[in-house]
Design a protein around this ligand. Sequence first.
Ligand SMILES: Cc1cc2nc3c(=O)[nH]c(=O)nc-3n(C[C@H](O)[C@H](O)[C@H](O)COP(=O)(O)OP(=O)(O)OC[C@H]3O[C@@H](n4cnc5c(N)ncnc54)[C@H](O)[C@@H]3O)c2cc1C
Length: 428
Amino acid sequence: MSFSTHLPSRRGDSRHVAIVGGGIVGIACAHYLNLQGHRVTVIDKGRVGGGCSHGNCGYVSPSHALPLAEPGAIFSTIKAMLKPNPPLRIRPGLNVPLWKWLWNFSRRCNRSDWVQSGHAIHPLLTASMQLYSELIPSYELDCEWTKQGLLFVYKDAKALQAYAPIDALLRRDFDEPARLMSARELLEFEPALSDDVAGAWYFEHDAHLRPARLVASWRDSLLARGVVFIENQTLESVTESAGEAQSLKLSSQCIEADQFVIATGAWTPQLEKVLRFRVPIQPGKGYSMTMPRPAVCPQTPMILPERKVAVTPWETELRLGSMMEFIGYDSDISKKRLRLLTRAAADYLKSELPDSISETWCGWRPMTYDSTPIIGRCPSFSNVYLACGHNMLGLSMAPATGRMISELIAGEPTSLAAEPYQVERFTA
Ligand SMILES: Cc1cc2nc3c(=O)[nH]c(=O)nc-3n(C[C@H](O)[C@H](O)[C@H](O)COP(=O)(O)OP(=O)(O)OC[C@H]3O[C@@H](n4cnc5c(N)ncnc54)[C@H](O)[C@@H]3O)c2cc1C
């Protein structure tokens, strides 16, 4: 990628905005800032789109309004962790920020906080769905965008029925109804499933896409519109004057700008010294594996809640994804962990999975303990904005995040209430 040192800053009315982090969130910020007429530079320490935005499951899911910290989550977590090779692993060791995070998370596992976080997340989800529906065709982003809905498939009839109160809550408080399908109805709808399924809940308004293709195609579209991308440059420090950031010192160059956006996902806490502020984000490691489509391939994306595995079909491939590990920035992809994915899919699908795997992958979700992203000004600087902490739903919340950042930088009223996302909520 081309780059130049000391890019000129303010020119007429348009300002130069430097975005650190070229994941889906940084890209979405670049899009809306570019639309406002700013000169935009996106900087990444590696490849643009090479972080968590690369190998995720590709769901754009307004139905996922209710977060992980649900009532009873502590008990069910402990129970799950006592089983061999559980999908959730926690290794806190002497990691004090992780202990604090876990403590704060545990305090939110009650109905009132659960629903409150849902009301913070849901507007970003529904607005992003609307924005994707407009911008993917408008900018001809090549990403297999498909509005096919999402199934929650169960084998156990009691577990299927146990979801009914959550459906009622999603229906009543969030207008996100799911349709209950009997086994017969489900097998007619999705013949790729094995005959012993009990049924499913179907969220027909969800969508899915190929995340790496979206990022690549969106980056190309932004490049053509004048956005500059700088790869393999790590943010190391910030120069400031009277509380205003002036320039970024990167691995081997400096960038001056008028406004700055930090969209560094799960790495954001590593910027504590640079930002003079520690965001309570923990890396939540997940895995995926991608393979050719099996002989009888599902048509509809599905979650297998009893096994905590997600299955995403695309035109030529199938992806399985799962796991949540709080074990620091460990990048090992163990075969044992991947077997959890293939065993689950093999138990639920009629066809055998192909032997040839095109990609195995792991990534770190940027997890906040209240499941809500951080979007707003960084307390230490008047012109640095944070867009991070999108948890398990960064793809699903990126467009509305980018739009909000562009509105905040312009000093305009925000389309969605900005208060639930401000970082000050952690210090209040
Ligand atoms: C298995 C799995 C499945 C998932 N499925 C879904 C799904 O179906 N739908 C959904 O909505 N979400 C899903 N997610 C979550 C989603 O992938 C994340 O929330 C999202 O990718 C976060 O995007 P981001 O741009 O904030 O972070 P990232 O994509 O990680 O981007 C951050 C970027 O910042 C760069 N960076 C970091 N530090 C620096 C620095 N100091 N200097 C310069 N650059 C830096 C990194 O290199 C990286 O490219 C899934 C996650 C996993 C792990």
